[in-house]
Write a protein that binds this ligand. Structure first.
Ligand SMILES: CCCCCCCCCCCCCCCCCC(=O)SCCNC(=O)CCNC(=O)[C@H](O)C(C)(C)COP(=O)(O)OP(=O)(O)OC[C@H]1O[C@@H](n2cnc3c(N)ncnc32)[C@H](O)[C@@H]1OP(=O)(O)O
Length: 411
């Protein structure tokens, strides 16, 4: 006890990181079953014994395709309207045959769904996390915090506890579970990870998002257009990110620095997107006004974010990682911001290859974006500043401003 006691201010400064939080590794994973969008209406109505509901099948098909007349013929351009070519799902015909109640949301199937999800959700997250940890380059035991987000569970101890075991994390890892955040779960997790990394010197935070639609899968029903929309859009996947400040060179390489983060709730939109766990699985509602509501609110969030940073930004000079909740959402945002063609290419690519994987999707977009930026480095310099945006029930908008350090080569 030789030296004089430190002041609270000095202790606080010593506890906090010097630099901004940064993304140090990203990993993604999907279940093995891949369904082509073209095949899905036939598949879905067959496995749910609903082939007689021809009007609902026609509606699902209308969400999928533009109907274009060419040379007086009805010429259908595949997958164009939804912007989705394929999706992955944990639920397969074998699992459905073993659980026929899943097709009828009036039947009490929640227990069986939760049983399956409790194993599958953390396992899928572990596959994604193993890739993120490998890229990060340090042992899993050096992870200090874990944030897990999913809408697919309803049990404690939860998927975060199971993931920590699967990865062999330290028993002192500090765990946080986010449930039912839906499509803004990824954005929220990244923001919390930034706070943890910047306020705890040496912290290394694992963010894991894992979603399987099995919890919300049931057969078509008249008067329930949300289900048809869900069947057109959603898919399964897991994404993981390692976040930490003051990277230790040469092992840790920052992919993106997290410069600013905010959350905004759009007033009077509580009923626009909702999710609820019931005895028959998760029910959800998604208003057809969501694309318009987001379109008229995102620019304000962006202006506020860049004003807070004191950085003047032209939207077309930024890189973009927008949650592709649906093709119409990307179209509205592109339109109101006047973005050039290709600015949302990473989001559109992920939507096309995986569908909307709810909170996980934005991690896939970040992964795709860094791949595209690394490929681009041979030509013109990539953009220095960028934005992550995610949306979900509330309506909640998560905004994060990223800065790309000049060390993206070889990713
Ligand atoms: C292989 C995987 C298996 C998956 C199994 C799935 C299981 C479900 C799992 C669900 C999990 C739920 C999690 C919920 C999380 C919420 C978080 C979010 O991202 S929030 C989600 C964020 N995502 C969004 O909000 C989706 C954004 N929307 C879009 O991207 C587009 O509107 C579109 C692509 C759906 C259609 O293209 P667009 O150019 O608009 O085309 P048109 O104007 O020509 O209309 C065609 C038909 O579509 C209809 N319809 C439209 N909207 C809705 C609606 N909301 N509602 C109902 N119907 C809707 C419209 O009425 C018309 O029908 P009809 O009149 O002919 O009968």
């Amino acid at each position: 006890m030789g030296s004089a006691p430190a002041t609270v201010g000095e202790i606080r400064r010593a506890q906090r990181a010097d630099g901004p939080a940064a993304v140090l590794g990203i990993g993604t994973a999907n279940p093995p079953t891949c369904v082509a969008q073209d095949d899905y209406p036939d598949y879905y109505f067959r496995v749910t014994n609903s082939e007689h509901l021809t009007d609902l099948k026609a509606k699902l098909t209308r969400i999928y395709y533009w109907n274009k007349r060419a040379h007086n013929e009805l010429h259908i351009i595949s997958g164009k309207k939804s912007g989705i070519k394929q999706r992955f799902m944990h639920l397969n015909e074998e699992l459905l045959a073993a659980n026929p109640d899943f097709t009828d949301r009036a039947l009490p199937s929640l227990d069986a769904r939760v049983d399956i999800a409790s194993a599958a959700v953390p396992e899928l997250a572990a596959s994604a996390a193993a890739k993120a940890i490998a890229e990060w380059g340090r042992p899993a035991t050096e992870i200090t915090h874990l944030i897990f987000s999913t809408y697919s569970g309803a049990r404690a101890p939860s998927a975060d506890r199971r993931l920590a075991s699967l990865l062999g994390l330290s028993p002192t890892v500090s765990r946080t579970m986010l449930n039912l955040h839906g499509c803004y779960g990824g954005g929220r997790s990244l923001q919390l990870a930034k706070e943890l990394a910047e306020n705890n010197r040496g912290a290394r935070v694992l963010v894991a998002c894992s979603e399987i639609t099995l919890i919300a899968f049931y057969g078509p029903e008249g008067g329930c257009p949300d289900n048809i929309l869900g069947q057109a859009l959603f898919g399964d996947g897991a994404g993981a990110v390692i976040i930490g400040a003051d990277p230790v060179s040469p092992v840790e390489r920052p992919l993106f620095e997290m410069a600013f983060a905010s959350q905004t709730t759009i007033p009077e939109t509580e009923d626009a997107i909702s999710m609820e766990i019931t005895k028959g699985g998760m029910e959800y509602h998604i208003s057809n006004q969501v694309p318009r509501l987001l379109g008229s609110n995102v620019e304000r969030c962006l202006i506020d974010a860049f004003d807070a940073l004191g950085v003047s930004a032209k939207w077309n000079d930024l890189f973009w990682a927008i949650h592709p909740g649906g093709r119409a959402i990307l179209d509205h945002i592109e339109g109101v911001l006047g973005l050039d063609d290709g600015k949302l290419a990473a989001s559109r690519h992920v939507l096309s290859q995986f569908g909307n994987m709810s909170g996980t999707t934005v991690i896939f977009v970040l992964d795709e974006l860094r791949r595209r930026r690394a490929a681009k480095q041979e030509g013109k310099a990539p953009e220095e500043w960028g934005v992550v945006m995610a949306f979900g029930p509330g309506i909640t908008i998560e905004t994060m401003v990223l800065h790309a350090p000049g060390s993206l080569e070889g990713n």
